[in-house]
Design a protein around this ligand. Structure first.
Ligand code: HEC
Ligand code: CU
Length: 340
């Protein structure tokens, strides 16, 4: 019996520590705030549990039937003082939690002036990111600086989606014709995972994204080089053949900065060679996956709006792959970022 009590006690005591680890997926301010609230809730829960379970155990022990106890014990009916106390205490606890929660809410919702603005548009089944102040655009992977509050203005081009990078902040719905704002800050460089959090069709579960937080100087260098960037000229016959195929078959839907490819139906592929992922955050960006994707993306990602290209030969795929991987900025490797 005592052993069971010990393990129950140890479990109860371990809960706050556990919750702490689970909630703080990163040390982003939002998660810190929410973890702080959770600790209060847990402390109260443990106290209430201790008092109630203790009183119960005491009563059961103290007023147990003893040999020879044949008569009914004295009967009581109601106890005003106790009833008032056990109404007031929970009321007080709820009020304390309310005030703490309201404080956190106000703090988290207060807009920070001078935030960097990014526009995120959800499409079935990928995210388009535009940086209006920088005049840049990426898809599937949002690049931000560390230590700078970012305001993401979220909308949708088709159905309702929801933008959710859990280790940085909460979610906000992406609704056609409306803009929802979400502000957050990354405190350390890394690759933060994001998800679509609103059922939006066949590949809802495959609609992910990444937020790549870079040190300030790396971010500035990224912006500078990307601004000046135009797709490099093909340096081999293979790449040249890939570019030709791309311009003929893919340019209607995809943009490659500095070329005649200016389509906006699909993701911007200007920096495809830098991408850590393919198919909006789902598959590793490898040549095998890329070839499979181009041949029949819907076979990998049900409901994909990109048509299949069964007519392309293996050599064509090889050429397209060579061309797409040539599209990158020198001196960046996002695959090295720690993942959160
Ligand atoms: C009719 C428009 C259309 C055409 C034509 C088209 N694509 Fe796409 N492409 C899309 C859409 C839409 C997506 C996003 C699909 C998704 O992730 O759900 C996409 C996604 C991609 C991706 C993955 C991008 C990412 O963000 O991970 C690559 C790579 C790609 N297309 C390459 C090509 C190539 C190469 C061709 C030509 C052979 C081509 N596309 C032709 C519409 C098109
Ligand atoms: Cu979605």
């Amino acid at each position: 019996m005592p052993r069971i009590l010990w393990s129950v006690g140890a479990t109860v005591l371990a809960i706050p520590a556990l919750a702490h680890n689970v909630t703080i997926l990163s040390d982003a301010p939002v998660n810190q705030e929410i973890a702080g609230l959770l600790v209060w809730v847990l402390v109260f829960s443990v106290i209430v549990f201790g008092v109630v379970a203790g009183a119960l155990a005491y009563t059961v022990w103290k007023f147990r039937a003893r040999p020879g106890d044949d008569e009914l014990p004295p009967q009581v009916h109601g106890n005003d003082r106790m009833e008032i106390v056990w109404t007031l205490i929970p009321l007080l606890i709820v009020m304390v939690l309310f005030v703490l929660t309201a404080q956190t809410l106000v703090k988290l919702k207060r807009p920070v002036a001078g935030a960097m603005v990014v526009e995120a548009t959800g499409w079935q089944f990928w995210w388009d990111f535009q940086y209006p102040d920088e005049g840049l655009r990426t898809a599937g992977e949002l690049v931000i600086p560390v230590g700078q509050t970012v305001e993401v203005r979220i909308t949708s081009g088709d159905v309702i989606h929801s933008f959710w990078p859990p280790s940085l902040t909460g979610k906000a719905d992406a609704i056609p014709g409306e803009v929802n704002r979400l502000q957050f800050l990354a405190t350390k460089p890394g690759n933060y995972y994001g998800y679509c959090a609103e059922l939006c069709g066949d590949s809802h579960a495959n609609m992910r994204f990444r937020i790549l937080a870079l040190e300030r100087q790396d971010y500035d260098r990224f912006v500078e080089t990307y601004r000046a960037y135009t797709a490099p000229e093909p340096i081999s016959p293979l790449e040249a053949q890939g570019k030709e195929l791309f311009d003929a078959q893919c340019a209607a839907c995809h943009t490659v900065k500095g070329t005649t490819a200016r389509g906006v139906i699909g993701p911007d592929l200007s920096l495809f060679g830098l991408r850590t992922t393919l198919g909006s955050g789902v598959w590793e960006n490898t040549p095998e996956n890329l070839k499979r994707w181009i041949r029949d993306s819907a076979a990998m990602k049900p409901g994909s709006k990109m048509p299949a290209f069964p007519q392309l030969s293996d050599a064509d795929l090889e050429a397209l792959t060579a061309y797409l991987y040539s599209l990158k900025l020198d001196g960046f490797d996002f695959a090295q970022l720690p993942r959160y």
